[in-house]
Design a binder for this molecule. Structure first.
Ligand code: RIB
Length: 294
């Protein structure tokens, strides 16, 4: 995992405020988060040996996130502690479980290139999972290093931004939600956007929340994976849980549809608890959900 780590400050409110409006929150709490850390925790809890490459500040938030990695059994020996604030995310979660997120990158923005040890770790991994919360140059460098070493490369294109062809060419798997698919595929018509995007990568997975996910292989729709109907409390980190669990399943040799089914169950469990890292399920819980009749 080459990715971001943030301390999330989560405000629970009745509804998402409008521009210019002040709302009183029902509660506020801090939880470990960040797309990279959430995905690393999801992979580790799903049973994968996971190494985290990224940066934390030398502050209290950094120490808490470092402890979170240890608790999850993540190898944090390459994590940098830099002279910057640890990344923070300000999250508003409404009663409907929808959220809005603003990220202050802090230490994450300092990861501009890989050290030799980090490059070796990337090259020695079975799977590299990336997101777009670190500087784009290190995402590209990591993907190129992985590609040339034969490591499977996965990108979760979140937060959405244009992906250069150089990066796309390294990918074995691209994972996006509906919003990211429309943006990157250049159409408000999701099917059209997804097909355009699918034509650029070997495997594309479009996650659709409670509608499950659609898998494309070499430009064509290959499978649809339904989601379980669950009561959502907070969807923050559900996409990350999907990505981390999916990466773990692919790393252990599951086929793409089985891996997506496993990851979909993990994501469904994650929306039932407030907070990103606290909501990410263990493998036992994922397997128990899969064993239940749909
Ligand atoms: O995907 C959810 C994550 O986005 C949050 O944990 C927050 O830190 C932001 O990175």
């Amino acid at each position: 995992m080459v990715g971001s780590a943030n301390m999330d400050i989560v405000f629970s409110v009745e509804r998402i405020p409008s521009p210019g409006e002040t709302l009183l929150a029902d509660s506020v709490a801090r939880y470990p988060g960040g797309k990279g850390l959430n995905q690393a925790v999801a992979a580790a809890r799903a049973g994968a040996a996971t190494t985290f490459i990224g940066a934390l500040g030398k502050d209290e938030n950094g120490s808490e996130l470092f402890a979170t990695m240890a608790d999850a059994g993540i190898d944090s020996s390459l994590v940098r502690r830099v002279a910057a604030d640890t990344g923070q995310a300000f999250i508003v979660v409404a009663d409907s479980a929808e959220n809005t997120i603003i990220v202050a990158s802090g230490a994450n923005a300092r990861v501009a290139s890989l050290t030799d040890s980090e490059r070796d770790a990337v090259s020695g991994a079975a799977v590299l999972l990336l997101q777009l919360e670190l500087p784009l140059e290190v995402v590209i460098e990591s993907a190129l290093a992985a590609r040339s070493a034969g490591t499977t490369v996965m990108l979760n294109a979140a937060p959405a931004r244009d992906i250069p062809d150089e990066l796309i060419a390294t990918l074995d798997y691209l994972i996006v939600n509906e919003h990211e698919a429309s943006l990157l595929g250049g159409s408000e018509d999701l099917a059209e956007a997804s097909h355009r995007l699918a034509a650029r990568v070997e495997h594309l997975i479009v996650t659709l929340g409670r509608e499950g996910s659609v898998i494309y292989r070499r430009g064509d729709e290959a499978a649809r994976v339904p989601a379980r109907d669950v009561m959502a409390i907070d969807t923050t980190g559900a996409g990350d849980t999907f990505c981390g669990a999916f990466a773990a399943a692919i790393a252990e040799g599951q086929g793409i549809a089985d891996a997506a089914t496993f990851a979909t169950a993990a994501a469904a469990l994650s929306v039932q608890i407030l907070g990103a890292v606290p909501s990410i399920p263990s493998r036992d819980r994922i397997e128990a959900m899969l064993a239940e009749p749909a």
